[in-house]
Write a protein that binds this ligand. Sequence first.
Ligand SMILES: NC(=O)c1ccc[n+]([C@@H]2O[C@H](COP(=O)([O-])OP(=O)(O)OC[C@H]3O[C@@H](n4cnc5c(N)ncnc54)[C@H](O)[C@@H]3O)[C@@H](O)[C@H]2O)c1
Length: 485
Amino acid sequence: MTKVAAIIGGGVIGGAWAARFLLNGWDVRVFDPDPEAERKIGEVLNNARRALPSLSDHTMPPEGAISFHDTIAEAVAGACYIQESVPERMDIKHQTFTAITAACDKEAVIGSSTSSFTPTELSGEQQDKSRIMVCHPFNPVYLLPLVEVVGGTTAAPEAVETCMEILTSIGMKPLKIEKEILGHIADRLLESVWREGLWLVNDGVCTTEVLDDAIRYGFGLRWAQMGLFETYRIAGGEAGMLHFISQFGPTMEWPLSHLMDVPDLDDALVKKIADQSDAQSGMYSIRELERIRDTNLVSMMRALKAQNWGAGAVLANYDAEKKAALGEPDLSGLVRTVSRTVPLDWLDYNGHMNEARYLQAFGDATDRMMEIVGCDAEYIASGGSYFTAETHIRHIDEVSAGAEITVDTQVVLGAGKKMHLFHFMRASDGRLLATGEHMLIHVSLETRKAAPPAPHIEEKLVAIAKAHEALPVPEGLGRFVGQGR
Ligand SMILES: NC(=O)c1ccc[n+]([C@@H]2O[C@H](COP(=O)([O-])OP(=O)(O)OC[C@H]3O[C@@H](n4cnc5c(N)ncnc54)[C@H](O)[C@@H]3O)[C@@H](O)[C@H]2O)c1
């Protein structure tokens, strides 16, 4: 199969589809009557080039070629996959499909980004409806994996299968939806929440910000990793889904939502939901599911913390307060530079702390020492900093998630541009887990070259180094790889 995709309509969604295919090595042929389309898609592409490769631990394939065409017929020539993303108007969709089917390869898959229409509505009066299906993506299409694929009663099952294979090959998660319905699945769910949200703001119950906070600090994180039913299965505790869902029967009558047209939670529906939930998640005990959920939540919130955003910003503030409470360290002996728990997302396939995390902990220790000598965020913003020139880590003992670790730091040398540190990482029972030896050089961030630190930094560093001369020379100082084995 030659990897050629045609993108018909290159706005918000079409542009991002173009990026998804192109960055996965497909040639992309675009038709969009907007004279600005090339510029707009170019801008979306640049954002996609910045973000999409960050998702993978492997390099992306070489980018395909993108070309812009004056007619739909020209754009679809030679394409085995065609994605329609024109405005959500039935007349435009129909004209577009007529032009596509008249010119495209008879085997080509034709996906529509439509958020609402069904395949039956979309394929309308077309003679050959067998290749036309809904492929409804989520913005940004180049990052979010979900595509709702609806063949309805008109698309050929083998065309749907080919479509699913193609979408999977470009890193997406095509979700086959067996029955066509206006709005498919995800938008119907979003619509319900959106409509209720409009009511809550309209009725002065909350502001838009409070409403968003109610999502992103709580159930939004649960939904992001388990969805609705698996989350509620856990909420049912050891009794599981059957117990949980049975409780809801009477509450369906309560005015808990403006959406009062609800199904009767009779025994048949309760059983259907409980059986489906068993099939979905019954292979895990509730405790296992809780642990999976918790690891996911920890990983997600820590990722958000690095961005100081949403639930991650709460975590960042909490940590900043903990750090402020530490006060001034005693610099006369080894300096406590890290005191933390090994988090769940630091484990490797052997079940212990990944070797890269040893360096991260030592990096954090070095950052703390830099702060202590006055090389803090304000100083760095003024143009000076330390860069690490050399590192030697010895991995001495294992450590697992949940273990408390500390790093104590000795300044072996602090003079001129040089800061030579020796870190001791220990478990709470005193076991030495690792040592890290690092040589840092002070640099000017303007020239990116070695330069002397500000006098107040050098003064403090020299004073600590002098005090540390009284400490024993660290065992292993100056060791190189393999020495002594
Ligand atoms: N915006 C979203 O979040 C979103 C999400 C999922 C699906 N969708 C669906 O994607 C489709 C496109 O939505 P959008 O948000 O990208 O809209 P958009 O307005 O950003 O883009 C539509 C593009 O189609 C072009 N266009 C207009 N007439 C055309 C024609 N006859 N032939 C080819 N191109 C034409 C326009 O110039 C424009 O660039 C809709 O069906 C929409 O329901 C949108």
